[in-house]
Design a protein around this ligand. Structure first.
Ligand code: HEM
Length: 398
């Protein structure tokens, strides 16, 4: 599939994957410049990527000098966004992950299914009748944000602000003007929300996290705020882009969508293939070497930043036959779209559930849905870590 965007720093998806393929062949662990002038070691082969993500010598708690996001956090926010599990190593990570896992259970996720199904129907009702809609705006974004609000216990009328904050925060420290105010606003809001939940607990994840905290006092205020902050950031944009990128890929060739419509029971396998082929998270978050580390025949010095390309690992021909092709009935071979090791995505079961419900509802209600523009006119947003569209115009009854 070819997609182009003048604003995309990597050029088209095809060009990006050509560059990654060359790196996998010729220079699988390579030092590359970052937009802020620092450098990071880019890991492109599946085997090396998996090894790097499981290596305790690659730290999340320590920042390399060139990629120190903590320095950019507004001082009034203090530690309230940097004490979460994706910014810690064991033993802190183990404790934080265990605490949230005791509240964010498989049962809590599975119990959301009927609620998500109703939500999908409601969003599709609102779209019905329109000649053309932006599926990203009307469906792919609102679905996960409303699910997160339901999970956490955020009143539905307060969710409107989130999208703005989250998208500024995900655009990241690369846009240093938008970042600090969005973080400050979000932290202020989380603080108020926690206060409300403390006074009036509900049957939601935030109240459960507060109970965990208040019982054993094992989560500090900063850890709790950071946890909520991470869940909101990690669970929103990612899932939205799985739905949107997935639909783009499925609609790019009409027989793909026709197969999903005819056999929706294939969806769990199709979703794994979409995650592999056009997953929303292009690269795992930066890690820092605590000591010199040999990876893929390359010695990375201590104190260096490492960026693991999940997009590249997931198309490594050493692991997948026809790695650059979308194969809807590909035999199940796990991929790295949700990461690997101790930081493996905590929300993977929820993301998979949301995607299944979202695609199934669309297939049932709008089997004739089509792209409203040629596939190569779709525009990607410039982003180093997230693979995201600027819009996905479709006609519903094509
Ligand atoms: C971690 C991907 C949805 C919560 C991760 C990581 C990846 C990832 C690649 C590892 C990052 C790293 O090692 O640097 C995705 C994708 C999603 C998705 C592709 C959707 C398709 C969600 C959802 C939630 C969530 C829905 C929660 C509601 C988290 C958390 C972590 C994480 C808390 C950090 C885990 C830790 O540090 O132990 N995710 N994610 N994610 N994700 Fe997700």
């Amino acid at each position: 599939m070819s997609t182009t965007a003048a604003a995309d720093p990597f050029g088209s998806a095809k060009e990006l994957h050509e560059v990654l393929a060359r790196l996998r062949r010729e220079s699988p662990v390579t030092e590359m410049p970052l937009p802020n002038g620092a450098t990071a070691w880019l890991v492109t082969r599946y085997e090396d990527a998996q090894r790097a993500l499981g290596d305790p010598r690659l730290s999340k708690a320590v920042s390399a000098s060139g990629v120190n996001y903590r320095n950019l956090v507004p001082p009034e926010v203090g530690e309230a966004v940097t004490r979460h599990m994706l910014a810690t190593d064991p033993p802190d990570h183990t404790r934080l992950r265990r605490l949230v896992s005791s509240a964010f259970t498989a049962r809590r996720t599975a119990a959301l299914r009927p609620w998500i199904e109703e939500l999908a129907e409601r969003l599709l009702d609102e779209m019905a009748g329109a000649e053309q809609v932006d599926l990203l705006d009307a469906y792919a974004y609102p679905l996960p944000i409303q699910v997160l609000c339901q999970l956490l216990g955020v009143p539905v009328e307060e969710q409107a602000d989130f999208r703005g904050w989250v998208s500024a925060i995900v655009a990241g420290p690369m846009d240093v003007r938008a970042w600090p105010p969005a973080i400050t606003a979000m932290v202020g809001y989380i603080g108020e929300l926690l206060e409300r939940k403390r006074r009036q607990p509900g049957d939601d994840l935030l109240s459960a996290l507060l109970a965990v905290r208040d019982e054993g006092d094992r989560l500090t205020d900063d850890e709790l705020t950071s946890m909520v902050y991470l869940l909101l950031i990690a669970g929103h944009e990612t899932t939205a882009n799985l739905i949107a990128n997935g639909m783009l890929v499925l609609l790019a060739e009409p027989d793909r969508w026709a197969r999903v419509v005819a056999a929706p029971e294939l969806l769990p396998g199709v979703i794994e293939e979409l995650l592999r082929y056009e997953g929303p998270v292009q690269a795992a978050s930066f890690r820092t070497t605590l000591e010199p580390v040999e990876l893929g025949g390359q010695l990375i010095p201590a104190g260096a930043s490492v960026l693991v390309s999940l997009a590249s690992a997931n198309r490594d021909p050493a692991r997948y036959a026809e790695a650059d092709q979308l194969v809807l009935n590909r035999p199940a071979v796990p991929n790295l779209a949700f990461g690997h090791g101790i930081h493996y995505c905590l929300g993977a079961p929820l993301a998979r559930l949301e995607a299944q419900v979202a695609f199934r509802a669309l297939a049932r209600r709008f089997p004739g849905i089509r792209l409203a523009i040629p596939v190569d006119e779709v525009v990607w947003r410039p982003s180093l870590l997230i693979r995201c569209l600027t819009g996905l115009p479709v006609t519903l009854n094509g």
